[in-house]
Every structure is written in structure tokens, then in C-alpha cells.
Design a protein around this ligand. Structure first.
Ligand SMILES: *[C@@H]1O[C@H](CO)[C@@H](O)[C@H](O)[C@H]1NC(C)=O
Ligand SMILES: *[C@@H]1O[C@H](CO)[C@@H](O)[C@H](O)[C@H]1NC(C)=O
Ligand SMILES: *[C@@H]1O[C@H](CO)[C@@H](O)[C@H](O)[C@H]1NC(C)=O
Length: 346
């Protein structure tokens, strides 16, 4: 009997919710630029070892492994859901034609960075400059669909943009024996990032959430490779980058007419979030020496208690916390000057 009631309940919910959810989509589209924290399959068919389209990655995702570097949904997926999208945003690799602009496109690529050379030792990954070129391709395709460049631009100005880059640039930096000083490197990254964010604005983006660096240097992989839970030098460097990035957001909002850039404090949110997980600094899957999950390897069972799925990447549970606080800030420093729910409205 309870089964029948349950089925009826599901049926009613399905019938009622579908139109409401469609009506509830808060913005027409959502575009994603980034690295493995949000990659949803762009690297799958490329000549790179920076792949995650095998189990145990995707073990909790409805379609199984997709190329997401986590057990289930990633931060971009949770933000898409909070924005009222019924489907996750398709990868650029699978989005074809002018349709790609309707709900948005995800350009993110694991191991990629702000600088073109970052991650190239892992193969053909898609740098932020190339991701922006791909976005230009999307826009060119869409202009004919919208009938005019002006209509297309109005549409693009209403979308939310996720941009999160820099972790892999720091991974490359720590490997480079001829590295510049930390301050010089942070400036070089921020100057390039500034050029790239202005380019995105030039393509019509107005509502842009820029995610700062997380706890790089304090991930489970650091523990294995360097025997310490946290590399204080890396932690300090990411702090320098984040401080400069926060200032850049202010400059962009002053310089660019109608621009609403906002800074998301990934590091601060991660710091308070890891303390709320039972296993804040252990990975859940069995990892290889590089810190990523062994293909077809074992994953822990109580995944909701782990902050990290592999040696670098948050679990779905941890991604949910970051997305939630980026969307609706719990403290004023989580998102500055707007959280994403306010970015929708401004
Ligand atoms: C956009 O998303 C809606 C549901 O969220 C879906 O029905 C539609 O097919 C999507 N359009 C494209 C072009 O992907
Ligand atoms: C990076 O590569 C792109 C082409 O993919 C090029 O347009 C850009 O100028 C390069 N950036 C730098 C800083 O060399
Ligand atoms: C961007 O990075 C490159 C190194 O890849 C550097 O030579 C260049 O000066 C940077 N550009 C800016 C505007 O800082």
C-alpha cells in the first residue's frame, strides 16, 4: 500500500514541479570557465592524462563517470541547480551548434591554468585563453540563432559566469626550479587574469563570480608527497594571489561599465568546511603516487564524511558546501561584494 501512495506522490510531484521549475530558472544561462574543480568531461577525448572518466570517479553521479573529478556533482552542478536549471550545463566538448548558448556551456579543463603553458606536461589541456576562444566560437554560432549581435549580447549580459583558475598555475610554479619570486609570480598571474576577465566582459559577460584559490598546499596529496599536512609556503602564496584577486575585482567593477564581478572566498569557506567533516584531510579513494584515484580502484563507503575524494578534489559533499555559501553567503566575507543570488538580481 505504501508503495502505491509513494508512486502517486511521485507522480503528483512530477506533474506539478516540471512547469514550476522551468519557470523558476533565475537566469537564462550559466557559463563555466575553470579547471578540474568544475570540468565535466572536456578532457575526455583529448590527448591528456588529466582524465577522470572512469570509476570510482562518478560513483554517485546519476550517469556514472563523466569526466568530473569527484564522486558526484561538482560545484558548477550545484550552482546550476541553485539557479533553477533542471539539467547540468553541458560541456563544450558535447555542446554543438548555436544551442550551446541557450542554457550555457562548460569550458573547464582539468590541469589547465591562467597561463598557456600550465598543465601541458599532462597533455593537451585547455588553458583559460583557449577556453575564451571556445566561448567566442559559441557566440559566433549563437549570433545567427538570435538574429543579431545586439540581441545575443543582451542575452549574454543576463547570464551568470563562473570563473575559477590558478591552482594548477601554482602546481606548475612549485615544480619550476627557475621560479620567479612569489610576489612577481602572483602579479604575472593577476595581470593575465585581468586581461582575460576583461576579454570575457568584451564578449558580453556582466555577472561574473570569480572563485579564489582554495587550500592548495594543504590537500591530502601534500601529505603523501611532502609528509606534511600543509605546505606553509604554498599556503602563503595562494594568500598573496587571493588578496590581489580581491583587489582586481574592485578595479574591474570601477573600470568596466555595468560590470558586476564578485569574489568568492573559496579558501575561507574551505577552512571552516573541513572542520565540519569527520575526515577533513584524508582522501576517500585509493590513489596513485600522483594523488588521483586508481582506475577501477576502491572508494570509501561513507563518502559524505570525507572532505576530499582523491588527493586534490573535494567530494560532492564538500562541493555542496562551497556552492551553497557562494550562492547564499553565510558570512559577509564568503562572497564580496555579492553572493550569487544577489548577482542574479543586480
Ligand atoms: C535547456 O534546458 C532545458 C531544461 O533545463 C532543456 O529542456 C532544454 O533542452 C535545454 N536546451 C538546450 C539547447 O540544451
Ligand atoms: C596563449 O595562447 C593564445 C592562443 O591559444 C594566444 O592568443 C595568447 O596570446 C597566448 N597568451 C600568452 C600570454 O602567450
Ligand atoms: C602573462 O604571462 C606571461 C607568461 O606566460 C608573461 O610573460 C606576461 O608578462 C604576462 N602578461 C601580463 C600582462 O602580465
Amino acid at each position: 500500500m505504501s508503495k502505491t501512495i509513494f508512486s502517486i506522490f511521485i507522480f503528483l510531484v512530477a506533474v506539478n514541479l516540471v512547469p514550476t521549475v522551468h519557470g523558476k530558472k533565475l537566469v537564462p544561462c550559466f557559463f563555466v570557465f575553470g579547471d578540474s574543480l568544475v570540468d565535466n568531461g572536456n578532457n575526455n577525448d583529448r590527448d591528456t592524462v588529466a582524465n577522470a572518466n572512469f570509476l570510482p570517479y562518478g560513483i554517485d553521479y546519476p550517469n556514472g563517470p563523466t569526466g568530473r573529478f569527484t564522486n558526484g556533482r561538482n560545484v558548477a552542478d550545484f550552482i546550476a541547480e541553485a539557479l533553477g536549471f533542471t539539467d547540468h550545463i553541458p560541456s563544450f566538448a558535447t555542446a554543438k551548434g548555436g544551442d550551446a548558448v541557450v542554457n550555457g556551456t562548460n569550458y573547464a579543463s582539468g590541469s589547465a591554468g591562467i597561463l598557456n603553458g600550465t598543465g601541458k606536461e599532462f597533455g593537451d589541456v585547455i588553458s583559460l585563453d583557449e577556453q575564451l576562444q571556445n566561448h567566442q566560437t559559441t557566440i559566433t554560432r549563437s549570433t545567427s540563432m538570435f538574429g543579431s549581435a545586439h540581441v545575443a549580447k543582451t542575452h549574454l549580459g543576463q547570464c551568470i559566469y563562473y570563473v575559477g583558475m590558478g591552482s594548477n598555475d601554482y602546481a606548475a610554479y612549485t615544480m619550476n626550479p627557475d621560479r620567479p619570486s612569489p610576489d612577481h609570480y602572483a602579479s604575472l598571474l593577476i595581470d593575465n587574469y585581468s586581461r582575460q576577465l576583461r576579454e570575457l566582459y568584451g564578449y558580453g559577460a556582466r555577472k561574473v563570480a570569480v572563485f579564489g584559490l582554495g587550500a592548495i598546499g594543504c590537500v591530502p596529496a601534500t601529505h603523501h608527497v611532502y609528509g606534511t599536512l600543509c605546505m606553509s609556503a604554498t599556503k602563503t602564496m595562494s594568500g598573496v594571489f587571493n588578496t590581489k584577486l580581491r583587489s582586481l575585482i574592485n578595479v574591474l567593477n570601477q573600470d568596466l561599465d555595468g560590470a558586476k564581478f564578485t569574489y568568492i572566498d573559496t579558501f575561507g569557506i574551505a577552512a571552516s568546511k573541513t572542520t565540519s567533516f569527520r575526515y577533513p584531510d584524508l582522501e576517500c579513494c585509493t590513489v596513485n603516487v600522483g594523488g588521483t584515484c586508481i582506475p577501477q580502484g576502491v572508494a570509501c563507503r561513507d563518502r559524505a564524511y570525507f572532505a576530499y575524494f582523491d588527493g586534490y578534489h573535494p567530494t560532492e559533499a564538500a562541493a555542496a558546501v562551497l556552492a551553497k555559501r557562494a550562492f547564499a553567503a553565510r558570512s559577509p566575507s564568503d562572497a564580496y561584494p555579492f553572493d550569487i543570488q544577489h548577482l542574479v538580481q543586480v
